[in-house]
Design a protein around this ligand. Structure first.
Ligand code: AMP
Ligand code: MG
Length: 328
């Protein structure tokens, strides 16, 4: 069955051996837990898609340690990409480069680009340093389910299907990395995250944001799928629509069911006495708690009534994008 082990040296050696043997291992990063496989092993990479039920056209991110020589994997690295690496890695930033094809086609879904990330979390760095190969890893959840931020979340989705999960506690970041295409003259955000447009502009000067239109092929296929969905009913309102949220809450109470509000602290203060999944105060706290609270709501609530936090720029881009897709 699936073991959950602390990130001691001996257990990381076990993880390394499994990975080099073509097996899958769950491991923590500062954003969410990843489901790792040897990125040069076709069979192991295919297994990720099978175990997750992931669509075969949604490519994987290759994870390497902070001293890894990226030119082994990708070519034509632009000077501004080096500046971004210096400024924000290791960290929650994924960069899309032209691939050299070392990481197998199964992981890049036949694209000629490769997404690379150097996670900051100590346990992830240690494991990646030990294996010293690219570990491809999507978020360690069943496809379409909420991303995992604890080892237990990974266990709940994959018990019996993978041999090992390395436990590094709750992920601090809480939402997936920013995905940034750095193949063009100007970088382009494909998926919003904790490294914001403003932070990228500070280093590079300019930064585009990809607009994903229905029916068009997305540059980052993953953003087109229904994602992050809790297995309970959900509803989403803005703060101006809070009366509607309250009416829905009362309706559930009258039916003898358990509704929960999910909201930031400023709204929670107005809802004392109600069942609450409070996300915290600051943008960073909200990001860090979002998936954790969605998974908690899944356990406790008959409906999660989410109230959008008030904010639009910076980290809120990433938060709202996830929240809307989870609760629409
Ligand atoms: P996940 O690992 O589940 O958080 O998803 C990884 C995200 O990175 C998805 O949105 C993918 O579509 C995106 N991604 C991975 N590789 C590439 C690539 N080569 N080009 C563009 N997007 C990518
Ligand atoms: Mg994912």
């Amino acid at each position: 069955m699936t073991k959950i082990l602390k990130a001691t040296k001996n257990n990381l050696i076990k993880a390394k051996e499994l990975l080099l043997n073509g097996e899958l291992v769950g491991f923590p990063t500062e954003t969410v837990y990843g489901l790792g496989a040897d990125g040069t092993n076709k069979r192991a990479v295919s297994e990720i898609y099978k175990v997750k039920g992931r669509p075969s056209d949604n490519p994987l991110i290759a994870h390497v340690h902070k001293d890894y020589d990226l030119t082994k994997l990708v070519k034509n690295i632009r000077p501004y990409a080096l500046d971004l690496i210096k400024a924000y890695t290791p960290g929650p930033l994924t960069l899309v480069f032209e691939s050299k094809g070392v990481v197998v086609d199964e992981a890049t879904c036949g694209l000629n680009t490769l997404a690379i990330r150097m996670p900051e979390k100590k346990e992830a760095q240690e494991l990646l340093k030990m294996v010293d190969i690219p570990i491809v890893a999507p978020s360690a959840n069943l496809s379409k389910h909420v991303s995992p931020v604890t080892a237990e979340h990974v266990y709940n989705d994959f018990n019996g299907k993978i041999p090992l999960i390395i436990d590094g506690g709750k992920c601090e970041g809480g939402i997936e990395s920013t995905v940034l295409d750095v193949t063009g003259e100007v970088p382009e955000i494909l998926r919003a995250g904790l490294i914001t447009k403003e932070m990228i502009e500070k280093v590079v000067g300019a930064c585009k944001v990809a607009v994903h239109k229905e029916g068009e092929k997305a540059k980052s296929p993953g953003v087109m799928y229904t994602h992050y969905r809790p297995r309970t009913e959900t509803a989403l309102f803005t703060i101006d629509e809070i009366e509607k949220g309250l009416a829905l809450y009362e309706k559930y109470v009258k039916e003898g069911k358990k509704p929960y509000f999910m909201c930031d602290e400023s709204v929670a203060e107005k809802l004392v006495g109600k069942n609450l999944l409070s996300l915290g105060k600051t943008d960073k706290e909200i990001a860090s708690n979002l998936y954790y609270k969605l998974r908690e709501g899944e356990e406790k609530a008959d409906i999660i009534i989410a109230i959008e936090p008030n904010g639009s720029n910076g980290i809120y881009e990433g938060i709202l994008n996830r929240l809307r897709r989870a609760c629409r």
